[in-house]
Design a protein around this ligand. Structure first.
Ligand code: BG6
Length: 478
């Protein structure tokens, strides 16, 4: 008997902008992902002021799923996936974001894709906004710093909920909405909220305001969605990285706890429908005077999500400073120290399977709603052998160890877990670095960091391994 319930969702996860390509096909508008250049190990991605000639924008073609989805869905079916997490590119549906009428060709693409998935018994799991919004909303409105974005997002949500109400049951509103809180850097503010911080602006305040409007938009979308189809399961999506204290020193312990409170405040807002007290106090102390109305507070309470979708890649360790002010608040990830007990990925991400069990328990205790692991995986360099095979045992080890911990959380700890969709089931463009060579997939795509390659797909060793895992409902991890 499997530890995982019958109907457990085994899938793979991707995001529209990282794999679709077809960035200007069939009336699609420019999205914020279309103005981000490729970076590498050493170089950050740059955000350009519009699409500039001569720049390398890896998301424009990505892996060209837009034109090749039929073959890819065949592969997903052979792999045995019973669900597939992707996102809808907002700018395919509303190219500029502020139109009254949607783009029919964009809607049609997702109709065809969802039909094809369903014909292969693969349930679509859909994120409304995954690090992606029409670029026009940044230029004309300043992104989510503007309350008007709430209406544009809710219109978009309503259109797609209506259109796909009989094809999609599982939804999420904003991908890793809390990334901007945990990182508070140029990249996260832009990808989460389309924010470009102006000289002299307090980026904390701008971020808190934008995140509030997103939370209100999410809550309104939940209400609209449930009206359209009461069977919809609409979740939030947060990035989970447990924070451990560097030592038993109570200052370190408290700082780690404060960082957890801070990193998950948006889960409080979306799951409990209210802000945590420590943060309300902080807003007052800082005299932010945020635009949070009484009506907004009612909306948040009335639009609580049905489940928590979350990503899990790594854990973090924090140390208090000797002169830490008593009223500190922890934003950004610049006070981290290395965890010497753990191995790191090629990109320096700490590999911590037990942290996944910790995360599942932490969410389960704090929120008591169903949980869904919608991202997990190892970004690694892969080597293609002369015969075309790819022996990615390191990826199998990573996934096995995490599934083992996930199983303990379900079997021993009684966590209510809906499913598991490892990230980048097919190789795609990295969100953080814009690279192709940071690979997560069990399906290899022949394309490199310079954009060269045939785009041909092939199976890595992890493909057969994961197929057995799914077939045995998580029992056969050998
Ligand atoms: C999550 C995102 O942050 O991590 C994905 O939701 C992203 O979009 C994934 O791709 C892995 O990060 P990266 O930077 O390795 O692509």
């Amino acid at each position: 008997m499997s530890a995982f319930p019958k109907g457990f969702l085994w899938g793979g996860a991707v995001a529209a902008h990282q794999f679709e390509g077809g960035w200007d096909s069939d009336g699609k508008g420019v999205s914020i992902a279309d103005v981000m250049t490729a970076g590498d190990h050493q170089t950050s991605r740059r955000i350009t002021d519009g699409v500039k000639p001569g720049e390398n924008y890896p998301n424009h073609e990505a892996i060209d799923f837009y034109h090749r989805y039929k073959g890819d869905v065949e592969l997903f079916s052979e792999l045995g996936l019973n669900c597939f997490r992707t996102s809808i590119a907002w700018s395919r549906i509303f190219p500029n974001g502020d139109e009254d009428q949607p783009n029919e060709k964009g809607l049609k693409f997702y109709d065809d894709l969802f039909d094809d998935l369903l014909a292969h018994h693969i349930e679509p799991v859909i994120t409304l906004s995954h690090f992606e919004m029409p670029y026009h909303l940044v230029q004309a409105y300043g992104g989510w710093r503007n309350r008007k974005l709430i209406d544009f997002f809710v219109r978009f949500a309503k259109v797609v909920f209506d259109r796909y109400k009989d094809k999609v049951k599982y939804w999420m509103t904003f991908n890793e909405i809390n990334n901007q809180v945990g990182m508070l850097n140029e990249w996260s503010l832009f990808t989460n909220s389309g924010l470009v911080i102006q000289p002299g602006e307090d980026k904390e305040k701008v971020m808190f305001q934008a995140a509030h409007y997103e939370a209100v938009a999410s809550a309104l979308a939940v209400q609209v969605g449930h009206k359209i189809n009461p069977d919809f399961q609409i979740g939030c999506m947060v990035a989970m990285g447990p924070v451990y204290p560097a030592t038993p020193n109570p200052n370190d312990v408290f700082k780690a706890e404060r960082l957890m409170q801070m990193n998950y405040y948006l889960a409080d807002v979306q799951v409990k429908g209210r802000y945590p007290r420590f943060l309300e106090n902080y807003f007052d102390r800082r005299k932010f005077d945020l635009d949070i109305t009484l009506e907004d507070r009612d909306v948040l309470l009335a639009g609580k999500v049905d489940y928590i979708g979350f990503s899990y890649y790594a854990s973090h360790v924090i140390k208090a400073q000797a002169d830490e002010p008593k009223d500190f608040i922890t934003l950004g990830n610049n006070q981290e120290v290395k965890n010497e007990t753990l191995q790191r990925s090629d990109w320096g991400w700490e590999i911590d399977p037990v942290g996944l069990r910790y995360a599942l328990n932490w969410f389960s205790d704090r929120y008591d709603v169903p949980l869904f692991i919608v991202e997990n995986g190892l970004g690694a360099f892969d080597k293609v052998e002369r015969d075309g095979s790819i022996h990615d045992n390191y990826r199998i080890d990573y996934l096995r160890q995490h599934i083992e911990q996930m199983r303990l959380a379900v079997e021993v700890d009684g966590v209510n877990l809906m499913g598991y969709t490892p990230w980048g089931i097919i190789d795609l463009v990295s969100a953080g670095t814009g690279q192709m060579d940071k690979r997560y997939g069990v399906i290899y795509v022949d394309k490199d960091d310079q954009g060269k390659g045939s785009l041909a797909r092939s199976k890595k060793d992890s493909f057969d391994w994961f197929r057995k895992v799914i077939q045995s409902n998580g029992e056969d991890l050998a």
